[in-house]
Design a protein around this ligand. Structure first.
Ligand code: SAH
Ligand code: SF4
Ligand code: F3S
Length: 450
């Protein structure tokens, strides 16, 4: 029973689409709901409040929201009184249109209105339909996370994530994010440190610093490298990562930080989007491929063994077979450990959406398949080369299919199954790579956990 109302506690269910920033925001929603005495439900069917935290970076995830709303509408007819809310990037983009288009939705709130959730839920509970998508007061530096929320979150097992900024000022020509997340706002270094400390004190061993362009961070005279040094000093923090840096802002000082800070993992996600300078220009990425490759060389020289991942878009308007060949060429040269590849999808408000699409859907599919096949070939070689090496593993928990084994990650962010291992989540151990799968490793402890 809820002591205040004498009613059974209400339950919520959040479905999160999209990127880590949405995951982070969903975590904050959970914190606010917990504070308002809501309990988590295991499915939408069991919940009194269902929130969809949406992504609009490509057409597919955006469309999924509306099909999911259709199914939730049916559920609501069986369960009147259920509150359905839409948050995140589609909510920011569509605002009130969602209330018009989906009569069962009670609540729409944009990316800058997250922390009014308790108030909006109260209004929805009184039968009002609410849409809030306004932007907060404009300021380049601001703690957009209220202090009680910044210090509330529970880490996800041994891993936690902290937003260091929101929004983006880059306006890559294909990207809707600057429109759905607004202009870049950086949090004060002390606020970031306080939130990391709170997560570490609750058991986090690894922290991921989040932002759309983390290495453009600047607040109170501090830059991203200062921030990384500041966070790494927090006692009990074992591993630090960040996502995503922009190649144009990647510099030697950050590479040196990787070399000199033991907590900062030897892993960098560095999107290059296309191997062709002509396409990079049309994408407004503000760097050439030669500059990108120079930075990769600088990073590899400074941090031997650093593992790289990237994002690529295939089928941008005007992408000719030779542009695509240039992308494959970069893949062969850099040999990424992880690849996130996407078919170009025109998005509202973006300059690229005005360009005529020259690559058919089928061609985009073929190009994507070609990239993934090449990546698998390269990955098989990389993984074979790791057999026999000893890796530091952060244990995330038991293997879901075999509880005698553990799932963990290397410092390079590769997933590893450690066989016959009893180490608890959060343990750091050393394991020898004994086998490989397509996307992950198999290993055994060098010295069994006791
Ligand atoms: N801020 C990050 C990217 C965020 S979006 C960065 O700049 O690295 C994540 C990825 O989605 C992008 O890197 C890009 O590869 C992809 N993406 C963004 N807009 C897209 C679009 N319109 N069509 C296809 N892929 C897109
Ligand atoms: Fe989008 Fe470019 Fe900003 Fe990344 S850097 S969020 S791709 S506009
Ligand atoms: Fe998607 Fe918004 Fe993230 S569009 S990728 S959820 S910033």
């Amino acid at each position: 029973m809820d002591p205040q109302t004498g009613q059974p506690p209400k339950k919520y269910f959040i479905h999160t689409f999209g990127c880590q920033m949405n995951e982070y925001d969903s975590g904050k929603m959970r914190d606010m709901l917990a504070r308002a005495s809501y309990l988590p439900a295991v499915s939408a069917e069991e919940a009194d409040v269902v929130l969809l935290n949406t992504c609009s970076v490509r057409e597919n995830p955006a469309n999924k929201v509306f099909s999911m709303l259709g199914r939730l509408g049916e559920l609501k007819r069986e369960k009147p009184g259920m509150i359905i809310g839409v948050a995140g990037c589609v909510a920011q983009q569509e605002g009130k249109n969602i209330l018009r288009r989906s009569p069962d939705v009670d609540l729409v709130f944009g990316t800058d209105n997250l922390f009014s959730l308790p108030e909006m839920l109260e209004q929805a509970g009184q039968g009002r339909r609410v849409a809030r998508t306004g932007w907060g007061k404009k300021s380049k530096e601001k703690d957009f996370v209220p202090p009680q929320e910044a210090l509330a979150s529970l880490p996800d097992g041994p891993k936690g994530q902290v937003a260091i900024m929101k929004g983006c000022d880059n306006f890559c020509s294909f990207c809707i994010v600057p429109h759905t997340r607004g202009r870049e706002v950086n949090r004060d270094l002390s606020a970031v440190v306080a939130e990391v400390e709170a997560l570490v004190s609750r058991g986090a061993k690894e922290i991921l610093l989040l932002g759309q362009n983390v290495n453009s961070y600047r607040a109170g005279g501090k830059n991203f490298v200062d921030l990384v040094y500041g966070v790494a000093e927090i006692p009990g923090l074992e591993r630090l990562r960040y996502m995503s840096p922009h190649p144009k802002d990647f510099n030697l000082a950050l590479a040196i930080a990787h070399r000199d800070i033991p907590q900062l993992c030897e892993q960098v996600h560095l999107p290059f989007q296309s191997g062709s300078d002509r396409i990079l220009k049309a994408m407004q990425r503000r760097h050439t491929m030669a500059e990108y490759l120079e930075k990769v060389a600088m990073l590899r020289e400074t941090v031997p063994g650093v593992q790289l991942s990237t994002d690529i878009i295939v089928g941008f308007p005007g992408e000719e077979p030779e542009d695509y060949a240039a992308t494959l060429d970069v893949m062969r040269r850099v040999r990424f450990d992880h690849l996130f590849a996407f078919k170009y999808s025109p998005r509202p408000f973006t300059p690229a959406a005005k360009l005529e699409e020259t690559v058919t859907h089928g061609q985009k599919g073929e190009r994507l398949d070609g990239l993934l096949a090449l990546h698998l070939e390269i990955l098989a070689q990389i993984h074979q080369g790791m057999v026999g090496s000893v890796q530091e593993i952060l244990v995330e928990g038991p293997h879901p299919k075999n509880p005698e084994d553990r799932l963990g990650r290397t410092r390079g962010n590769k997933s590893m199954t450690v066989v016959n291992c009893s180490a608890p989540a959060g343990a750091l151990l050393r394991a020898e790579v004994t086998g490989v799968r397509q996307y992950s490793l198999i290993g055994k402890e060098v010295k069994p956990w006791t």
